[in-house]
Ligand binder design. Structure first.
Ligand code: NIG
Ligand code: FE
Length: 398
């Protein structure tokens, strides 16, 4: 038994069985001042405020008045990639759009070429640098996508690397097959959609989820429908939708019972209506809005309509080269007008939901995994996104 005592603020408490929060509930979370928390076999067994009813032989962790919260859950990343796309950063500064860079053979295809030339071992090492960086910043659970392979051999290489990361790190890792990220080199559009469909059984040996970049200039509603139909009963969908246009991606995702629909920079009331009373978690990625200069999604309208929303980093070389979840929270507060608690719930419980792990992660709840962040003294949930660059983390407790 391990007991953390002298906790100034224990925040993110949820009753058992709450797997996500929505609407007005997203603006609330349970807190205790002057608290303690007990851990056994890596799980939260009890917590309370005041003097702890401590067993004598517990190993004690003095929190020195710091805050304890559940670790961040990042439900949408592309952190397995090779090399860098800093050359395109200069194109971007000179005024080329994401679509223009992609159309010139840069973008995702550039990463696919780099990945093709990189050995599996090297790809693992390069990716682990980013995974470690994320964990050092407080991420305890992450989803990682394939999608820079774009042919059967290289997609499987990526999925094996994700599996190896899963087996190595203390963080919870979920794997997503994103063969349909761009049209692989040497394929026609039609041939590549068929190739993705043909890859599904092998990918399903490794992956938990399937994703399609359903957007203007990438994969159509028809392609997405075919790919998700082929994956039915094998892989649960999580869709890239409505980043570049009102693409219909949300509706096709909901129709296929997607666990999440992600990006949502461009939505109308129709997307909100499509999401009502469904299991699908709308997920916003403000880091890519920031980096690409795209509109920030209308998360406030979603909350106003009674929906819950999640936030994730989208850490990738082309549209969001950062996995900093506190920066994601800050952007959500400053640019999307979320309150700090709404943003906090979006990067913990709701983002855990968006990767199917909210019964185990995302809140302070008896029985859940003790994957916790212990801060230095003086922090609270408002300061977290407000003072977004000041080091805050004293220790990640696993
Ligand atoms: O989520 N939009 C599609 N895919 C990624 C970008 C990938 C890349 O540019 O390498 C995203 O933004
Ligand atoms: Fe993405």
């Amino acid at each position: 038994m391990k007991v953390i005592y002298n906790i100034g603020l224990l925040a993110g408490i949820q009753p058992e069985g709450v797997l996500r929060v929505s609407g007005a509930d997203q603006a609330r979370t349970g807190v205790l001042e002057n608290a303690w928390l007990a851990i056994e076999d890596g799980r939260i067994v009890d917590f309370g405020s005041g003097v702890m009813p401590g067993p004598d032989r517990a190993s004690l962790i003095d929190a020195h008045g710091g805050m304890v919260i559940p670790g961040f859950c990042d439900s949408h990343t592309h952190v397995v990639y090779a090399g860098s796309r800093d050359g395109e950063f200069l194109d971007k500064i000179r005024g080329l759009s994401y679509e223009e860079i992609a159309a010139r053979g840069g973008g995702i295809l550039n990463s696919a070429d780099l990945l093709h030339r990189t050995s599996e071992e090297d790809l693992y090492e390069q990716s682990m640098v980013r995974v470690r960086e994320m964990m050092e910043k407080g991420t305890v659970a992450m989803e990682i996508k394939s999608g820079y392979g774009l042919n059967p051999a290289d997609e499987l290489k990526m999925l094996r690397v994700i599996k190896r990361i899963k087996e190595t790190v203390p963080a919870c890792v979920k794997s997503t097959f994103l063969g349909a990220h761009a049209i692989g080199r040497g394929y026609t559009h039609e041939d590549y959609v068929q190739a993705v469909i043909d890859m599904i059984p092998a990918a399903a040996e490794y992956a938990d989820f399937i994703d399609v970049f359903c957007d203007e200039g990438f994969f159509t509603i028809g392609d997405t429908d075919r790919i998700l139909s082929a994956a039915e009963h094998l892989l649960t969908p999580k869709i890239h939708a409505n980043e570049l246009a009102v693409s219909g991606g949300v509706q096709i995702g909901v129709q296929h019972k997607a666990l999440s629909v992600d990006h949502l920079e461009n939505t109308t009331q129709a997307e909100i209506e499509a999401l009502r009373d469904t299991w699908t978690m709308p997920t916003f990625l403000p880091g890519s809005s920031f980096f690409l200069g795209l509109p920030y999604g209308k998360a406030r309208d979603f909350l106003q309509a009674g929906l819950g929303i999640a936030l994730a980093s989208d850490y990738n070389p082309g549209s969001s080269p950062s996995g900093d979840m506190r920066f994601v929270m800050a952007l959500a507060c400053i640019k999307m007008k979320l309150t700090p608690i709404e943003a906090f719930n979006a990067v913990t419980l709701n983002s855990a939901y968006a990767m199917g792990i909210s019964s185990e992660y995302g809140s302070i709840t008896r029985g859940k995994r003790a994957a916790l962040l212990l801060t230095t003294p003086g922090w609270d949930l408002t300061k977290l996104p407000y003072q977004y660059q000041t080091p805050f983390l004293r220790e990640v407790i696993w």
